[in-house]
Design a protein around this ligand. Structure first.
Ligand code: FES
Length: 322
């Protein structure tokens, strides 16, 4: 898929790249000209596509004040042959093409209390948000969960910077946060920010609603590879165009269709806006819904999908075009 037309692209050098957890690297780049990143922002990066050309991948800025440069946290997707694998190969002195920081997950300044809930690499945008809340002397707490100690980056930095405001759960040792208990103890004016795998987002949405908090005080960020199933190659058939497209593990159905000449409307590319949702006529594998746009009931029905993030566990699916 071509870079979004509104983006302005900058060629910048890699200053440092080092491991901060198992499969997670901190990549420090020369900052592009322009304003400093706002809390919760990300940059888009042009990464080489397997079949030639480029894809756009988004990575959150890790803004903990430890580097006077642009710092990203990137988890290696075990199935990646593009984005995160490319990022993990970067060495000091290499050049990459990025946008200036883009903010789509900004803090709203209106609440007296904030809760930041992160799963795994979802901690990255929360780091700058927590720093800002601390600087503003706002009341906040950070809940950070991951599968185990080796998978979780930035734990020590967070503890150092935020002390007892950080609660960490190593799920293999401590189990999961009881979100009903956590949310049940919050005051009504608390605003919740969630970034993590889609299962965590769904659990948070459910518990938030069940504990009587209004949906407009729940804000969430998704990230690309947060599916329940591994990325596998699958086929998309579009009978209306007489088209059959192979979607490899490192490419979205939206990108693969676009490259084959079937442009589908899209915007967020993160499963949030619903613009790329198309009806599914037949799916002969398991649909791995990775969006937060469709409701649980719509996902269970299995007759539509967000092409920018959701996938099929192999096999093929037949899409209807409007
Ligand atoms: S482009 Fe927004 S949900 Fe796919």
């Amino acid at each position: 898929m071509p870079p979004r037309q509104t983006a302005s692209w900058h060629r910048v050098k890699v200053r440092e790249s080092f491991a901060v957890a198992d499969q997670i690297r901190r990549i420090v780049l020369d900052p592009p000209a322009g304003p400093a990143p706002q809390p919760g922002s990300h940059v888009d990066v042009l990464v080489p596509a397997a079949g030639g050309g480029h894809l756009v991948r988004s990575y959150s800025v890790v803004d903990d004040g430890r580097f006077a440069a642009l710092s990203l946290g990137v988890r290696l997707d075990p199935h990646s042959r593009g984005g995160s694998a490319f990022m993990h190969r970067l060495c000091p002195g290499d050049e990459v093409t990025i946008t200036a920081p883009i903010q789509t997950f900004g803090l709203t300044p209106r609440q007296s209390r904030y809760v930041l809930l992160a799963g795994g690499i979802g901690i990255t945008p929360m780091i700058g948000m927590a720093r800002k809340l601390k600087a503003d002397k706002t009341d906040y707490e950070i809940f950070y969960a991951g599968r185990n100690r080796v998978d979780m980056a930035f734990v020590e930095e967070l503890r150092e910077d935020h002390g007892e405001r950080v609660r960490v759960r190593y799920e293999d040792e401590d189990g999961r946060f009881d979100l009903l208990e956590v949310f049940g103890g919050l005051t009504p004016e608390t605003e919740l920010y969630v970034c993590g795998p889609v299962g965590m987002l769904e659990a948070a949405q459910k518990a938030w609603e069940a504990t009587g908090h209004p949906s407009h005080l729940l804000r969430f960020e998704t990230f690309g590879s947060s599916g329940r199933l591994p990325n596998e190659t699958f086929e998309v058939v579009v009978p209306k165009l007489g088209l059959t497209v192979t979607v490899p593990p490192d490419k979205s159905a939206l990108d693969a269709l676009g490259e084959a000449g079937c442009e589908v409307m899209s915007d967020c590319l993160r499963g949030e806006c619903g613009l790329c949702v198309l009806p599914v006529r037949v799916a002969d594998g398991v649909l791995d819904h990775r969006d937060v746009f469709l409701s649980g009931r719509q996902k269970a029905q299995g007759d539509q999908m967000c092409l920018c993030v959701s996938r099929l566990s192999g096999g093929s699916l037949v899409l209807d075009l409007p």
